[in-house]
Structure formats: C-alpha cells, structure tokens
Design a binder for this molecule. Structure first.
Ligand SMILES: C[S@@+](CC[C@H](N)C(=O)[O-])C[C@H]1O[C@@H](n2cnc3c(N)ncnc32)[C@H](O)[C@@H]1O
Length: 468
C-alpha cells in the first residue's frame, strides 16, 4: 500500500470498484492507494468524494454512478443500505466476494499462503430467512433527503441508521423476515399513532414508554413470539397494542413484555411479564426440539443453522465413543445435536441463563449424555479450573464470539490434546489469527467450509476442521 498525498478529505475521484472489502464496502485503488467506498459494488465505475483519510487508506461516498456493474441486480428493500448492504449484487457474486475475503484473511493474517476454501454452502432462501428481528421505537425518525420539508418526524418503528444511536429509519417492509412480521410492524405502528400514551422512548432524554418490538419465529413449528420491550411496567397502558395484536394475529403463540429500565439500548429485559400463551417458542432442528425464550440466543437463520450443524457433524465424523467438548456452547444446540453420535458431550458457557436453557433443552429431548458447565473460557482452562472428574476430550468444538479466542484460551487449547478441533466463527479475521496459533502447535487445517447464514449482509460464517 502506498500513500497518495494528493488524496485528502473532500477530494473527488473517479474509481472502478475492484472487490468487496470485509464489512461490505467497495474496494478501489488510486495509484495503488486503497479507498473504501460506501454502498458500492464490484464492477461499478463511480464518482466519489473522500470523507476520511488515514495513513494507509481513505474512505469515500458515491456522488454519482458512472457505469453500473454487470453483476448488479434490482433490490427489494428500499432501505437495503442499512442491513442488507450487498443486496444490489447478484447472490452468486456475493458468495464469490465473501469467499475471497476469507481466503485473503487466512493468507494475510494467518500466513496460510495456499489456503483455499473447500466448500461453500449457499442459502436456500435468500429472503425472509431471519427468525428474529428487533425493531426500535423512536421519537426521532430519520428523514430521507427525498422527503418534503417539514414532514412529521416524531414517530418511527424500524432500524438504526448506521452509527447513529438516536436516529431510526421507519421500516415498512423488511424482506429478510417472514412476511407476517411486516403485518405486525404495520399494525403496531398504526395503533401507536392512534394512542398518544404509547410514546416511543427517547434514548437522549430517557423519557417515553415503548423501546423495542421483537418478533421471533419458529420456522419449522409455526410458533410466533411478539416481545414488547418497554422502559417501565404498565399493563394498562400497553393493552390497546396487545389487544390489537392478539385480535389480528391468531398465529401469535407467545406475547411477552420485557421491561428494561436501564439506559443501555438493548432489548434484553430485567424482568418479563407473560401476556399471552407460553413464555417461549418451540423450534425444531433435525429431530430435536428447542424451547427458546425472549432473551435466549438461537441461530437467527434456522435453515442455515441446520446446515451449519450438519457440516460440523460431518467434519468430525463421530463414531460413538468420543468425549466431545462444546466450548462457547450458548444454549447447547451443538452439544445436543452431536450427543447422539458421541459418548459424552460437555458444554461450556459463561451465561447462566443460556446454560439453564441448555439443560432444559436436554431434558425436553430426553438426552442424558450431555453436561453443561459454567465457565469463563478466557481463563478457565489456563487457571486449572477444569474438574479432575471430567475426562480429556477427543474432539473439541469452539464457537466463540466475534472477537475470537482469548489469548490464554488459544494458547491452552492445544494442551487439551484433542485429535480434532472444529472451529466455527462469524469473523474470519480473528479465526485466521487463532488458526495460526493452532498451526504453530501442531494442528493443520484439513477441511474448510463457509456456510452463508446471512444473504445480502456482509456477515460470514466459517467452519474449519483442524487435525493433528
Ligand atoms: C457464537 S455464540 C455460540 C452459539 C452456539 N454455539 C450455538 O450455535 O447456538 C458464542 C457464545 O459464547 C459465549 N461466550 C462469550 N464469551 C465467553 C467466555 N469468555 N466464556 C464462555 N462463554 C463465552 C456467549 O455467551 C455465546 O453464547
């Protein structure tokens, strides 16, 4: 990368977009200097204005599209730039670009110069696939440049404008959630606009009542949860909305009200009131049933989640007599999925409520060879907390959060001496970093699969098998 002194903030340039950078921005070069361009796709020729200049790169916005990309397609969502940034690029090109990003990360960060992705599992459904959506209520609607001056901006129910905690774009039609979600969204908006006491919560003044509308779908069971997150408890106040939802949507099997009195902008409640039905939805993966409550983690793409777990199972090839550790097990889905083909599976996780769900799901499915252990995996193994009664693993599955493995964890992992390690990751850059440590300690990457969990978004899900 060379520096280009002529490029500065405010510069206007004509660029040809070469590829997609990790995170979803278009990547172009001017005299070998890298420029990331917002909302641009490979193959486009664009006039851009630079809004950020750093030593090794710049960032720019498109002012004018000069030539369209041969791989451009029509978009479904008029707000695709918020969450489905890649929607204007054909699906096959999205997968090619994501594969190239993975190979680049393993080459550049991991030092695996001949790394090639072995397999890509595309999504069967590239729209309406998300089984959970969270929409935010706001008294600060984001006004589009195309709207007339003086329009009312006092109510929105939708998604955050990237980088703005206090501005919400009103969403009328979200194409990545099931269709019924859009009807729920419309009715909720309609009722709130009719009832002035249903005031959206303002994250700046901390005044207001309604914070989030969360919708959760049991894709394989037809169950449907609506979770209204409010800033305080007031059943009378919320009742025009809950009555209307129950009257219009007999599909709802769970209606809950989570109360978040804290300033933190999260849909996670400190306590929950069950207003109708059950406090969870059921979902099926393979022949397993899971009960998922409002605050539990579950893969947000059920179809692809199933494929992900299938790939994990196939990569490991269990014979039935193995001890398996499922590290960062969340609600234990992988541990339960593998239990049929293993001797014993131990799931490790830091969140108590996730472990409670995992245990409940083991009971529901009548599985007794799985045990869940509360552990902060950053330091758990290194500080010698693993009880002696737990046997050493033959196989380890790790599925850490985006930040990847803590350095004490990655350096200790080889000392557990498993024959196989399956590493699932939603961030190829941290996975490549950790893969390097495993490689230096005698493990080779023997299989690599990308499962596309999130079509149209820049997110990537990887599964690697390491063998000794
Ligand atoms: C990507 S999720 C794993 C999901 C799970 N494997 C599944 O498929 O449902 C990562 C999990 O790691 C847990 N986690 C994060 N940091 C942790 C830590 N330091 N120790 C243990 N678990 C942690 C999170 O609570 C979360 O459940």
């Amino acid at each position: 990368m060379s520096d280009a002194p002529l490029i500065k903030r405010g510069s206007e340039l004509v660029l040809k977009i070469e590829s997609l950078a990790y995170g979803g921005m278009g990547l172009a070069r001017e005299s070998n200097f890298v420029i990331f361009v917002k909302q641009a796709i490979p193959g486009q020729k664009v006039l851009v204005r630079v809004y950020k200049k750093r030593r090794g790169y710049a960032e720019a916005r498109v002012i004018k599209l000069l030539n369209e990309s041969p791989n451009a397609i029509d978009v479904c969502c008029n707000h695709y730039w918020i969450c489905s940034k890649l929607q204007s690029l054909s699906y096959s090109e999205q997968l090619k670009e994501k594969s190239a990003q993975v190979e680049d990360a393993f080459n550049r960060i991991g030092g695996f110069h001949d790394f090639k992705l072995e397999k890509v599992r595309p999504a069967k459904n590239i729209y309406h696939y998300r089984n959970k959506m969270e929409f935010t209520f706001s008294p600060n609607r984001w006004v589009l440049a195309s709207e007339p001056e003086g329009v009312d901006r006092s109510f929105a129910l939708g998604l955050h404008i990237p980088g703005r905690f206090d501005k919400i774009l009103d969403i009328k039609n979200c194409h990545i959630q099931p269709e019924i979600g859009n009807k729920i969204l419309s009715l909720t908006r309609e009722v709130c606009l009719k009832h002035s006491e249903l005031r959206p919560y303002d994250p700046r003044s901390h005044i207001g009542f309604l914070r989030f509308l969360m919708i959760r779908y049991g894709i394989n069971t037809g169950n449907l949860m609506v979770n209204l997150v409010t800033s305080y408890h007031d059943i009378n106040k919320i009742s025009p909305l809950t009555d209307a939802l129950l009257e219009n949507f007999p599909e709802i099997t769970s209606l809950v009200n989570n109360v978040n009195t804290r300033k933190a902008d999260v849909a996670f409640g400190e306590y929950e009131t069950l207003l109708f039905g059950e406090s969870f939805i059921r979902e099926k993966i393979d022949d397993l049933t899971f009960e998922i409550s409002a605050n539990s983690f579950f893969q947000t793409n059920t179809f692809q989640g199933e494929i992900l777990y299938e790939e994990v199972k196939n990569l490991i090839g269990l014979k039935g007599d193995e001890i398996v550790y499922d590290l960062y097990c969340g609600t234990g889905t992988i541990a339960l999925f593998l239990s049929k083909n293993a001797k014993t599976v131990y799931g490790f996780e830091v969140i108590r409520s996730a472990l409670d769900d995992a245990e409940k799901n083991a009971d529901i499915n009548d599985i007794s060879n799985v045990h869940f252990i509360k552990a902060n995996l950053d330091t758990y193994f290194k500080s010698g907390q693993l009880p002696k009664r737990i046997p050493k693993p033959d196989v380890i599955v790790v599925d850490p959060p985006r930040a990847g493995l803590h350095k004490d964890m990655s350096s200790y992992l080889p000392k557990l001496k498993a024959k196989k390690i399956v590493y699932i990751s939603c961030n190829p850059t941290t996975q490549a970093r950790d893969a390097k440590i495993l490689f230096e300690n005698g493990y080779e990457i023997t299989r690599s699969v990308m499962v596309d969990m999130f079509p149209h978004t820049p997110h990537i899900e990887m599964v690697l098998l390491f063998s000794k």
